[in-house]
Design a protein. Structure first.
Lengths: 467, 217
């Protein structure tokens, strides 16, 4: 029977079936200090052991200080216990921890591929909702809760209700200065924030094949905002090239053997999906959000919608609440919105290629007066590489703060934030109320658009920045 | 281990907003300790307390209304629990006293977290929710819905609606089963599966590292 890529991985990991759920073997478990420490601690307190510490990896990313010259602590006293508990518990359990001063430290979804921890065909979980990012490598990777993490750590398995299958087929190719982020926002705008609920979304088609691995990660990252169970892209030569030689990837001979197996990891030609969607990448324009949900995404040259345009999707009170929170009126042109902040970073868009593309726009230009612009590389490795090839100085000369790696201002955990009422163009993945600080107003966009907007001082089309 | 759930009649709080995300349920800055408790106070903090006024309750917010004191059922709009996977959202709701959530739809991770913590997530369609909410709001202290998991029904005033819940979730909630204890009983089967799998996919098991094994260094 023809099967989908997801089903192939599911079947290869299925230990047992119980009423509607599968008991799945897990190949990799990733932890970060915000949710991992508590899972390890309560597991130990309940008298259980980590079943296979060698297949578990932990990093510090969520609440670490990202200001230049940071020490080994957190940003803000309240966050210190998360770091300390994770350090203590990881050591006690014999788990590899990429601590703050480790060369391999970084945002969990950035470092896992960098280090070759994620591989095609693996099952991988992390108590973090954007774990699906790693599906870009043809792994089944999904986010779990803390109690599930305890189960995963103690048994190397999880009980999972079987998700449905959805394929998003992307024809054509993206235009200049239009990126995987714009494609993702386009899809979320089209399908809504619950458009993939309960599904594993496979991204496929010629436009997806043309994306490099970092862009594929951006696309899969944003599938979380479609409420997908996971996102996945079939591995190909580009995937194998990316992974070969990475520290935790299989070494030479074993890699070749694995690759023969990985080449079979694709959906069969007549495999059936529960839901199929087609889009044309050529029609996608640079996108930006106007509201407090990623589904509030529009082409950058659009205006804040009237209620009638979104009536099928949200109630009037929710729409009005979003407008008032964002300080907007229907009919206002998005491109004219003045910005106070610009943020490039997060597991969505903080990899080397993201920084390179933003730097092309920033080269020889200056951030507009009054705009606070910040770039936070996704990993210590990305930071070093960016410094070595001169990107860091492009950012700094343009007036960007150049930071140490971590989640940083992607989300507000009581440490640093933009100021109340400030309008921020951000390369992150969530524009929820208060996400980047109390009363902050976040507009999601690609790194190019963030860079162009920082320079213009208002939301700006990156295509003009390149002329 | 979660407490078994069979049936509950209790005061309900109505918060008919869509897309209530986990950061709204428990703002990140309210998660101060590496613990599953101490979170109830931060529940809905951004809505519950007046901005910039510390812990001064916002009288307009539903949980602060005298009529809603002692709420154990929460009725909301769709896509409840979207956003970050933080389980603290569920711990905070449970610690505050909620046992039942009623919404047209739930975020998947949030839904799983609820079941694992003995919190019953029930799906009703928006029309039923509107009726239920209208009835509750008339007099929350007296108009207490009955939620029966055994019968998969919600009874409110003259209405009675069946609700959907997956068989596994229902079983787990009814019996208050800890999944981990259940799975640990299958240790032999898991080990046998891995032994066979390791021959097929050795690369999934041999987790290399740059300079030999750096565990515990
Ligand atoms: S960068 Fe943001 S979205 Fe990504 S893992 Fe960190 S906090 Fe979550």
């Amino acid at each position: 029977m023809p099967t989908t890529l997801f089903e192939k991985i599911w079947n290869a990991h299925l230990i047992a079936e119980t009423s509607g759920a599968g008991l799945l073997l897990l190949d990799r478990i990733l932890l970060h200090e915000r949710t991992g420490g508590v899972a390890l601690q309560s597991l130990r307190e309940a008298g259980h052991r980590v079943a296979n510490p060698a297949r578990v990896f932990a990093t510090m990313d969520h609440v670490v200080d990202t200001r230049p010259g940071r020490n080994s602590g957190a940003l803000g006293k309240s966050a210190n216990p998360f770091i300390e508990v994770t350090r203590r518990e990881a050591r006690g359990a014999g788990i590899r921890l990429f601590d703050i001063d480790d060369d391999r430290q970084g945002i969990v979804h950035v470092i896992s591929p960098e280090l070759g921890i994620v591989l095609p065909g693996l099952t991988l979980v992390c108590p973090d909702s954007h774990t699906g990012t790693q599906g870009a490598f043809g792994a089944l990777a999904w986010g779990i809760g803390s109690t599930e993490a305890e189960h995963a750590l103690a048994t190397q398995t999880l009980r999972v209700p079987k998700p449905g299958t959805m394929r998003v087929w992307v024809e054509g190719s993206l235009q200049r200065a239009v990126t995987a982020k714009d494609l993702a926002l386009h899809l979320i705008g089209m399908l809504g924030s619950a458009g993939s609920r309960g599904f594993v979304v496979e991204f496929a088609g010629p436009a997806v094949r043309k994306l490099d691995l970092e862009a594929r990660m951006t696309l899969c990252n944003m599938a979380t905002e479609l409420a997908a169970f996971a996102a996945i892209i079939a591995p190909d030569e580009a995937t194998f090239e990316y992974l070969r030689g990475r520290p935790f990837a299989p070494a030479a001979d074993l890699f070749d053997r694995a690759m023969r197996d990985w080449q079979e990891l694709h959906s069969d030609p007549d495999a059936r999906f529960d839901l199929e969607i087609q889009v044309n990448a050529s029609e996608v324009r640079p996108m930006v959000t106007w509201g407090t949900n990623p589904q509030d995404a529009l082409p950058i040259d659009a205006a804040v919608p009237e209620y009638s345009a979104v009536a099928g999707r949200v109630s009037r009170p929710a729409y009005e609440r979003a407008l008032s929170y964002m300080g907007l009126k229907a009919g206002q042109r998005l491109e004219e919105l003045p910005v106070d902040g610009a943020f490039i970073g997060a597991c969505t868009n903080s990899r080397l290629s993201d920084l390179r593309r933003a730097a092309m726009i920033l080269e020889g230009r200056r951030v507009a007066p009054g705009v606070r612009a910040i770039c936070v590389p996704g990993s210590t490795s990305v930071k070093r590489l960016a410094e070595a090839e001169g990107l860091a100085s492009v950012f700094e000369r343009a007036g960007f703060e150049w930071r140490e790696s971590g989640c940083s201002l992607c989300f507000f955990a009581g440490g640093e934030s933009f100021a109340p009422g400030q309008r921020i163009v951000s390369s992150t993945n969530r524009n929820f109320e208060g996400r980047q600080g109390p009363q902050t107003r976040t507009h999601l966009a690609s790194p190019e658009t963030v860079a162009a907007s920082a320079i213009a001082g208002h939301v700006a089309d990156p295509r003009q920045g390149l002329d | 281990m979660p407490q078994p759930f069979a049936e509950l009649t209790a005061v309900a709080a109505v918060l008919l907003r869509e897309n209530i995300d986990t950061d709204a349920i428990i703002p990140s800055r309210e998660i101060r300790a590496v613990a599953k408790t101490g979170l109830a106070d931060g529940l809905f903090a951004n809505w519950r307390y007046l901005p910039g006024r510390g812990r001064t309750p916002d009288p307009e917010f539903v949980l602060n209304k005298p009529a809603c004191q002692g709420s154990r059922i929460l009725i909301t709009g769709e896509n409840l629990g979207c956003g970050s996977s933080r389980e603290q959202a569920v711990w905070a709701l449970a610690e505050y006293g909620f046992r039942v959530l009623i919404a047209p739809s739930f975020n998947t991770i949030f839904h799983r977290n609820c079941v694992r913590n003995g919190l019953l997530p029930t799906r009703l369609d928006s029309e039923a929710i509107a009726r239920l909410a209208a009835w509750v709001i008339e007099d929350p202290q007296r108009h207490r819905p009955l939620v029966s998991l055994a019968n998969q029904r919600i009874v409110a005033g003259g209405d009675s609606w069946p609700f959907e819940i997956a068989a596994e979730a229902r079983e787990a909630l009814l019996e208050g089963l800890g999944e981990l204890e259940q799975t640990l009983k299958l240790a032999g089967r898991i080990a046998a599966f891995q032994a066979a799998d390791q021959l097929r996919r050795p690369w999934a098991y041999e987790v290399g590292s740059p300079n030999g094994d750096d565990l515990n260094d």
